[in-house]
Design a protein around this ligand. Structure first.
Ligand code: FAD
Ligand code: SIN
Length: 547
């Protein structure tokens, strides 16, 4: 990319450039000192991203019967040996303060029933031994985004750029160390298709997950892994990308686009049944429908494959109709649009990709291995989730690490802007790539990932997928050089990089652990190790070629 750029003027200069306006990006923007200039970039509308669709809630240790130790233990148990204990402890310890901060921002969480009580209602979800989930009915994400965005819009040091897409990071060699330094990003303005340089002392990637690389996902279209792909191309370490989480229960309906049915519905008594009405989860785990997600998703996948079912059933109709309508207004309303009245009947559900447990490797301060480049939220791998994220720990992580970036940036008060050559992409001599080619490749890649790199994997399928993806990669890089860079082309390129990273990571792990299940290596290794992929280091590729 940088080779083909031509010289023009810089457009924007900030102290901090935040790419992504979900829970992670917005909470950081709000906390940064008002003396700092902040650029906040969003690919579409400001609210759009996974955060807005979060249903279940945020886990926090608030109840007397609960403890930080128990939250840590549950998270580590779900994470199957790969959680970093110091991170888990720090996040669980901070959970109460995080909820208090959100309340200060005006988030209206659901309170306990008894009229006089101002205590927050806590629900249960998979893997949690105690009721620990703070929520705003079944629209927690919307409540958070509404409050944070309301405040972000009023803060004069924050400049907002909606419908702007980050293409790549700009890095240069550091004067004082061998480490590269991030000094900005190339940003496409979707409204006029111009590419600008946004220069900053500190760049923060908060671009969310990569779940759109699969055909069926609970995620919105923004989750195309852009931040992970950009960081990988810039030389960041990318960790544990084989651990893609499938949510067990998305609505099965041809018009529903994988609408999520929250795990909290099972937390409030929802039952999982086969289409003939038989229950089955007790065969797989003593915790039944509230076992961690990897177990429930694999159990459903297995029952569907063995019996040839298209779906299983999730039933809460035994509960009072008034309770269901009040506790799950969003799910009730959405299902009714598809003629499913959940107060009277069970809903058909299937698993779909939901959460990217791996990502850009960060330390406790959210620093990446590139200087002045941070990553927070779903785009990052902090070590909190290990091989399988426990429900409702993700929003917590977004806010925890936004606080960490703030603390870290404060240490570098004297940081200066770097001189960078004023380079800008010139789109003039290029032709427009055909939309039909982009759309077709998109669908092929997502279908390939669904069929070959899904819930249950084999070496043969992974290797076949690797070969196919390498062909797409050659084509897209060629297209990127020759054609006008559009938002769709940027996403397609990123999806291909993400597919390559997931497959390489999956081939590197020679065991089954947490969310990664390979029939050729069904056992778990004694030693739990992270998979680290770096564009400059090819060792991991050697590992599976040697076999
Ligand atoms: P997001 O909220 O996804 O925001 C990403 C931002 O980055 C967006 O603004 C997007 O426009 C921007 N962006 C992306 N690429 C670019 C680019 N190239 N250039 C510019 N901008 C870009 N977690 C929980 O803890 N509890 C829950 O109850 C829960 N429920 C969920 C329900 C659903 C349906 C889904 C999909 C997820 C749920 N999760 C839940 C997970 C959680 O919502 C996400 O992990 C979390 O919100 C991620 O926040 P984020 O800020 O990292 O990213
Ligand atoms: C849900 O409500 O089931 C999603 C919770 C999560 O992903 O953390």
């Amino acid at each position: 990319m940088q080779k083909i750029l031509k010289q023009v003027e810089n457009k924007k200069i900030f102290d901090v450039l935040i790419i992504g306006s979900g829970a992670a990006g917005n909470s950081l923007a709000l906390q940064l000192p008002k003396t700092m200039s902040v650029g906040l970039i969003s690919k579409t509308e400001l609210h759009e991203g996974s955060t807005y669709y979060a249903q279940g809630g945020i886990s926090a240790v608030l109840s007397k019967i609960d403890s930080i130790n128990q939250h840590v233990e549950d998270t580590m148990e779900a994470g199957a040996g790969l959680c970093k204990e110091d991170i888990v402890k720090a996040v669980a310890k901070d959970s109460k303060a995080i909820i208090e901060w959100l309340l200060e921002q005006g988030v209206k969480f659901t309170k306990n029933e008894s009229g006089s009580s101002d205590k927050l209602h806590l629900t249960k979800e998979g893997g949690h031994t105690h009721p620990r989930i703070v929520h705003a009915a079944d629209k927690t994400g919307e409540a958070i985004q509404d409050s944070l965005i309301n405040k972000v819009k009023k803060q004069s040091n924050i400049e907002l750029f909606t419908h702007h897409v980050a293409i790549d990071l700009i890095t240069k060699k550091s004067k004082d160390s061998a480490q590269k330094k991030c000094v900005g990003s190339y940003i496409l303005n979707k409204k006029n298709n111009q590419i600008n340089i946004f220069k900053a002392k500190f760049v923060v990637l908060a671009t969310g997950g990569a779940n759109k690389v699969y055909l069926y996902t609970s995620n919105p279209d923004t989750s195309s892994g852009d931040g992970i792909a950009m960081a990988y191309r810039a030389g960041c370490d990318i960790a544990n990308m084989e651990f893609m989480q499938f949510h067990p229960t998305c609505l099965f309906h041809h018009k529903a686009k994988s609408f999520l049915i929250s795990e909290s519905l099972r937390g409030e008594g929802g039952k999982l049944l086969l289409p003939n009405g038989d229950s089955f989860m007790h065969k797989y785990d003593s915790r039944g429908v509230l076992a961690p997600r990897d177990i429930v998703a694999r159990a459903i996948d297995s029952e569907m494959k063995i019996n040839g079912f298209d779906y299983v059933l999730l039933d809460i109709s035994h509960k009072k109709s008034s309770f269901i309508k009040k506790r799950f207004p969003n799910i009730y309303k959405k299902c009714l649009e598809f003629n499913i009245d959940i107060t009277k009947t069970a809903m058909p559900v299937v698993p779909a990709t939901h959460y990217t447990c791996g990502g850009i490797n960060i330390d406790i301060n959210a620093r990446t291995n590139i200087k002045n480049l941070y990553a927070i939220g779903e785009v990052a791998h902090s070590g909190l989730h290990g091989a399988n994220r426990m429900a409702s720990n993700s929003l917590l992580e977004c806010i925890f690490f936004s606080k960490k970036v703030l603390e870290d940036i404060k240490k570098y008060k004297n940081e200066k802007h770097e001189d960078i050559r004023n380079l800008l992409e010139n789109n003039k001599d290029k032709k427009v790539s055909e939309e039909v080619i982009i759309k077709h490749s998109w669908k092929e890649i997502r279908t390939l990932m669904w069929n070959y790199v899904g819930i249950v994997r084999t070496n043969e399928r992974l290797l076949k997928a690797k070969i196919r993806i390498s062909i797409f990669k050659r084509e897209v890089e060629e297209s990127f050089d020759k054609n006008i860079i559009s938002s769709d082309l940027i996403e397609l390129r990123n999806l291909i990089y993400i597919a390559e990273i997931i497959i390489t990571s999956a081939l590197t792990r020679r065991e089954s652990r947490g969310l990664h299940y390979n029939l050729d290596y069904p056992k778990i290794n004694d030693k739990a190790e992270d998979t680290i992929i770096n564009i400059g280091v090819k060792n991991n590729i050697k590992l599976y070629q040697e076999k």
